[in-house]
Write a protein of this length. Structure first.
Ligand code: FES
Lengths: 177, 876
């Protein structure tokens, strides 16, 4: 896949949805979590489940409002790990594969590393999170879990011309080094 | 060297050959038969612009052979001729042309009986090509979405220059070229002199070249529709949606034929066609050639053809030509003052700017007498045009003054539909003077060439006959797609999203027969070892629920979390029921109505905490409810946050007299009626899985809806099956559920209700709390609370027969209502159902008649549920 494109099921990634009027800027959740800006006062944190304790503590610190002020809590956190299946599409041809599936502009300038967008992908609403993997362009695709199999098939089909290979946790670890 | 088959016969093809060039090399001169008269037609333009080489390639009709690369094993068939192109019996049609004057079908087939006689025959001979048979192997089409700062349409010298310039400035450029190689007309007018910029362009990293791709539409917002042939071995065609900030149109010019008698004979080539044969395919198109043309272009052509060893018999000016001689191929040319014999006539036709795309994009086409052509003007701001499409570099037109265009019965203006200059003159004399009405009446410009070959002469004739100028006459409208696009390419890949519940493969293992609900797959019923017959399986599932315990996967329900200080306030506003007073741990049934009091959806709302609610919606309405809530929330500034949890939760409805025993074995929670009453909700571990339990009952038995994280859905399912074994538990499907709920007269919104139903009419007045502060639909519902004109009621058939859903309720032999759902109830021993009836017939015990297989059968209205009308079993 270093020459083409690979697809990895990373649905085990922990995901927490953060909403609330207190979220005027990206909350800092420590080095182990990525915070994706999905909309006004709306973020999504993704992180390795091993870091759950630390991340939850940071979130906890955000959710408590100053009790003396009669204000709503600044942040509501909802566990959405099971809501989304996460597919990681990585490799030099990942962009070429995505272009066959979504009208979202995934070019380097429109969606640089760390940027995200939402669009239909193979007719399924998808969060497209750009998260490069050890120097390789890579996209984390979050779809409703119930669509996962069908979207996996569509991506695998679109990637055929680039010899798309599924890859597992070991390869993922090697690549993220 | 490769080999393909034409009408079953093997044909050798050289590298670089198209289907047409290989066939030409093999000696074929007739490529098609014309649409109406079945006249023989041969290669003309060799650039995909005319209708003369359309064939069936591997089952796909109307493929232009001259731009289709020959490939090993291809199966090519002729079209529109029987039995063969050489001997087409239908060509007899040309001897009856006097019976088919212009617009003949408008004139002769007006009487219905005439049409009935003619229709089968017309169907047989009319139309172009045959669609692939239904059993033809499917083809792969794909879509792609590209973005560019600059899109250049056309890979000729000006397009290349424009792309190079933009790319040098650092812009991201996509160059679209319909040829296999860039170079445009230089490839066949000055072969071997390809501009150096082509190589430079290929070296630019910010330029993407789409070869063998054509732009068929220039839409608003800088969207270009592009069709690319054979993008890779796995796909037949790729439809590209290209968004560009700037569009440079460099589509160049194309050549059109001249008008003279028999101008359609095989052996008459346009100069571009002859050059392409010679320089792109190394084919010498004839031995004795007459060139029709004047000036430098004709002289150059003559010297190039001579260079290939062709004898140029004569070079004749277009206005001297009278007609070609021959029956199935050219044998000579008559001109003023004489005639010659020849086997090839090459016509230097007028070169016209290919401005269709510009015109689609909103440009005006202005007549230029100097060019003898319509030139694009007033381009939209993001579109520019360069090169020959602007008229630049085109020599002054071959003089074609309108006065000299001759009318004749064998002077073909429109090759696609066999319209002659005489037909146009006749059409105009019959009153169709406007170019647009003339087009519709004669069908000129309406064929597969989309007016490319015939528009100019048609306008010329129209102008002359009506005494107007070309500019006054104007052009017909350019619309996308041009050129045409296959429907398969527009439809795109054959991928339909499928939603599977977490227990999908458990159902499969249990023998589920699937039901598609939107994109969801749900078990309709389960086959058993004893039977796979639907009725028996459903009956078994039904009995398990009524007598023991049953479980159904309800993960497809929409699930929303609504949180925030003002959550109750929003729910009070959007739902007809009251929720702000719902205590944590309680569940309430809910209905959404719109401003007009129409029921839009129903579901349940559970209070988890004062600022935390858990909503379920019907399977198909999740997206709608989510948007509806967001819509009414927008701009309020309320502290409410909605999160869709649908895919994240697996849900099972466990129901039946022994459901409690099954559940008690799996959880430490006290599930007694006292501790966990009807319409309560709790959070607890079930089979060691964290779960939300709602005590509700759609099917009318003691039951729980158990929600767990999706990844634990299978475990929960298996644990319930295992724990329920001792009690005879059965998994049940949607069909049994529908029957069970019908016995309870539970309404399914969208099935039993329609776009006009209020809760009052659906007999659900109890869900509306008119005493509540304002809520959506309150005003309309206050008015409707009186007496509805129609009523949804239950009924029991009094005679044998199960009405289909949608059957009519009849009164005095006239339809007066309709059945929305009906099933055979094992309990009643007859069919029961829900039906809309006029208010006058809605009383308890009223007799109605329901049409079952054409016969009005007696049924009795009942407003009380058939099963457990007091709901005692639900509360047990
Ligand atoms: S000869 Fe093929 S389209 Fe004209």
């Amino acid at each position: 896949m270093r020459g083409g494109v690979g697809l990895c099921d990373v649905s085990w990634l922990a995901k927490i949805d953060l909403k609330g009027f207190g979220l005027k800027a990206a909350p800092s959740l420590g080095p182990s979590a990525d915070c994706w800006h999905l909309g006004a006062c709306h973020y999504l944190a993704t992180f390795d489940p091993e870091a759950r304790g630390a991340v939850l503590r940071s979130i906890q610190a955000l959710t408590g409002a100053a009790p003396e002020l009669d204000l709503p809590p600044p942040v509501y956190a909802t566990e959405v790990t099971s809501v989304y299946a996460a597919l990681l599409l990585a490799g030099p041809k990942s962009r070429h594969t995505l272009r066959k599936l979504t009208s979202l502009n995934v070019s380097e300038s429109a969606l640089p590393d760390g940027a995200c967008g939402q669009a239909g992908l193979a007719h399924v609403h998808t969060l497209v999170l750009r998260r490069d993997l050890g120097g390789l362009p890579a996209f984390l695709l979050l779809v409703g879990r119930e669509y996962a199999e069908s979207v996996w098939e569509a991506i695998a089909h679109a990637g055929q011309e680039f010899h798309l290979t599924p890859f597992g946790l070991e390869a993922w670890r090697l690549l993220s080094l | 060297m490769s080999r393909f088959f034409f009408d079953g016969e093997p044909i050798e093809a050289q590298p670089g050959d198209t289907v047409a060039s290989a066939l030409y090399r093999a000696g074929r001169r007739i490529f098609t038969r014309s649409f109406k008269y079945h006249r023989p037609r041969g290669l003309l333009c060799l650039s995909g612009h005319c209708p003369n080489c359309m064939m069936n390639v591997d089952g796909v009709p109307n493929v232009r052979a001259c731009v289709t690369p020959a490939r090993e094993g291809m199966r090519v068939r002729h079209q529109n001729a029987w039995p063969s192109l050489e001997q087409d019996w239908l060509s007899a049609a040309q001897h009856f042309d006097s019976l088919m004057p212009v617009g003949w079908y408008y004139k002769t087939l007006t009487h219905p009986s005439a049409w009935h006689v003619a229709e089968p025959w017309i169907r047989k001979v009319a139309g172009l090509g045959d669609p692939p048979p239904p059993d033809a192997p499917p083809r792969e089409y794909e879509h792609a979405f590209l973005q560019a700062e600059v899109a250049v349409v056309g890979g000729g010298p000006s397009g290349i220059a424009a792309a190079f310039e933009a790319a040098s400035g650092g812009a991201q450029v996509i160059l679209i070229d319909d040829q296999p190689e860039p170079g445009g007309h230089l490839r066949y007018t000055r072969p071997g002199e390809a501009p150096a910029s082509i190589a430079q362009l290929r070296g630019q990293p910010n330029v993407e070249l789409l070869a063998r791709a054509y732009c068929f539409g220039l839409y608003e917002g800088g969207l270009l529709g592009v069709l690319q042939a054979d993008p890779h071995p796995g796909a037949h065609e790729r439809l590209v949606h290209l968004r560009a900030k700037r569009v440079v149109v460099a589509t160049g010019a194309y050549e059109v034929p001249l008008l003279f008698e028999n101008n359609d004979l095989p052996g008459i080539l346009l100069s571009g066609g002859a050059r392409r044969l010679l320089f792109l395919h190394r084919i010498v198109p004839g031995r004795r050639c007459v060139i029709v043309g004047i000036g430098a272009r004709a002289e150059d052509l003559a010297s190039d053809l001579r260079g290939a060893g062709i004898e140029i018999v004569s070079l004749i000016s277009p206005d001297e030509v009278l007609g070609a001689v021959g029956s199935t191929r050219v044998e000579g040319l008559r001109f003023r003052g004489g005639s010659v014999t020849c086997d090839l006539i090459v016509v230097c036709g007028p070169l016209l700017p290919d401005a269709g795309l510009l015109s689609q994009a909103g440009a005006r086409l202005a007549w230029s007498a100097a060019h003898g052509a319509f030139l694009p003007a007033d381009l939209p701001p993001h579109v520019t045009a360069v090169g020959r499409v602007t008229g630049s570099g085109l020599e002054p037109a071959v003089p074609l003054p309108p006065g000299e265009v001759r009318a004749g019965k064998r002077h073909f203006v429109c090759l696609c539909s066999d319209v002659t200059s005489q037909d146009l003159v006749d059409g105009i004399s019959e009153g169709f003077e406007h170019i647009e009405t003339l087009k519709r009446y004669t069908t000129a410009t309406m064929g597969p060439c989309q007016g490319r070959m015939c528009q100019l002469p048609a306008i010329g004739i129209c102008a002359r006959e009506t005494g107007r100028t070309m500019g006054e006459t104007g052009t017909t409208t350019a619309r996308p797609p041009s050129p045409s696009v296959t429907l398969g390419a527009l439809a795109g890949p054959r991928h339909h999203p499928v939603r599977r519940t977490p227990m999908h493969y458990q159902h499969e293992a249990l023998g589920a027969v699937w039901l598609d609900m939107g994109a969801w797959k749900r078990p309709r019923y389960y086959r058993t070892a004893e039977s796979s017959e639907e009725r028996r399986c459903v009956q078994g599932e039904y009995q398990a629920v009524r007598e023991r315990a049953g479980m159904i996967d309800v993960s497809t329900l929409g699930k929303l979390e609504v949180r925030g200080r003002d959550a109750g306030r929003l729910l009070d506003k959007v739902y007809t029921n009251r929720f702000s007073d719902l205590r944590p741990g309680r569940v309430r049934y809910c209905v959404i109505c719109d401003d007009a009091g129409i029921m839009l959806d129903d579901g349940t709302i559970s209070s988890i905490a004062d600022d935390h609610y858990f909503l379920t919606t019907t399977t198909g309405n999740l997206e709608f409810v989510e948007q509806w809530l967001e819509w009414w929330l927008a701009g309020t500034g309320w502290d409410v946050h909605i999160t869709n949890l649908t895919g994240g939760l697996a849900a099972v409805n466990l129901a039946g007299p022994q459901a409690r025993d099954v559940l008690a074995g799996l959880t430490g929670l006290d599930v007694s009626a006292k501790a966990f009453p009807y319409m309560a909700c709790r959070q607890a571990l079930v089979a060691d899985i964290p779960a939300i339990l709602l005590r509700i009952g759609f099917v009318g038995e003691t039951g729980w809806e158990i929600h767990v994280p999706a990844e634990s859905g299978e475990d929960l399912w298996k644990a319930l099956l295992e724990a329920g074994k001792a009690f005879g538990i059965r998994a049940f499907g949607v069909e049994a559920q529908r029957l069970l709920r019908l016995e309870k007269q539970h309404v399914i919104v969208g099935v039993d209700t329609d776009a006009l139903t209020s809760p009052y009419e659906a007999d659900m007045a109890w869900v509306v709390k008119l005493e509540k502060n304002d809520f959506i639909g309150k005003a309309a519902l206050s008015r409707a609370a009186g007496d509805p004109r129609e009523q949804l009621v239950g009924f029991v058939m009094q005679e044998d027969g199960v009405p289909d859903d949608g059957s009519a309720v009849v009164m005095d032999g006239r339809p007066a209502g309709r059945v929305t759902s009906s099933r055979f109830s094992p309990r009643e021993g007859r069919a029961i159902g829900l039906a809309w009836v006029p208010a006058g017939l809605a009383g308890e015990g009223a007799e109605i008649r329901v049409r079952v297989q054409g016969r009005p059968l007696l049924a009795r209205v009942t407003r009380r549920p058939f099963y457990d009308p007091e709901g005692a079993r639900l509360r047990m």
